[in-house]
Design a protein around this ligand. Sequence first.
Ligand code: SF4
Length: 324
Amino acid sequence: MDLLTVENLKMHFPVHGGVFYRQVATVFAVDGVNFTIEPGKTLGLVGESGCGKSTIGRALLRLYEPTAGKVSFEGQDITHLQGKGLRDLRLDMQMIFQDPFESLNPRHTIGDILEEPFVIHNLGSPAERKQEVLKLLDRVGMPAEAIHKYPHEFSGGQRQRIGIARAIALKPKLIICDEPVSALDVSIQSQILNLLLELQQEMGMAYLFVAHDLSVIKHVSDQIAVMYLGRIVEIADSETLYQNPMHPYTQALISSIPVPDPRQRKNFLPLHGEVPSPLNPPPHCHFVDRCPYAQERCNTETPRLSQMSANEGHQVACHFAGEL
Ligand code: SF4
């Protein structure tokens, strides 16, 4: 059974304005998204900023109330869970944030921050909780003395290790990693990615790994979904997506990845222009304004994610996939 199933998830935000502060527009941040995550596996979610990928993570954790669609965790519908049900879900589903400094309370010591999940869920005695905190610090490569220090006394990489320690404290089954390395120096990024991979092997949890950089996501993902303006435009296992991208947007993202040997670069047509506003996306194919292959049909018929016959699990939303 899949750990997480997301069906036709929509997240629309009203925009208010005018004298009477009426709704004047809608931001279509996530516009009908489907995917699954298996236990112990990683789904990478990639796309330019503003494509809705971080909004999905927040809607899954119910930091936002989904506008429509269904989210199931271990077969249970959690779309509109409230109260105790939602608190219990947070034992199994945690989040690692992009900016660990903003997500760690500056007035609390690291010991208090890491003890908090145990206190909220009323787990263990004070002495047992302290032992768990020390084990967590050790597991993420931090010294025991950190327990008495404050977040500002650490570097960005160390703060992200503390954020990871907090996320794994209750041994969740799924962690939503929201751009966990994009605020870090390149030299530190690989250390954090390796730590996440080691923890996954050891603890068997699944990740939804959100990133805007395909080269980062490649090394950590079993499957990758590419998003554009609130929709998934291509989804495949990691190897297939890199070797045989079929959506023009994925092709452009892959050809922009720097490679040491220019002869190995995949030369697809580059991207032009900016992502249109999610307030007013093109009505059918959202990519039509930037697509070098656009034809009349793309302005009159919405391309649906369709299975590519050559590879099971490879789905593409383009009328001309396989011909480009
Ligand atoms: Fe381009 Fe048309 Fe395919 Fe959209 S449906 S990606 S506009 S070719």
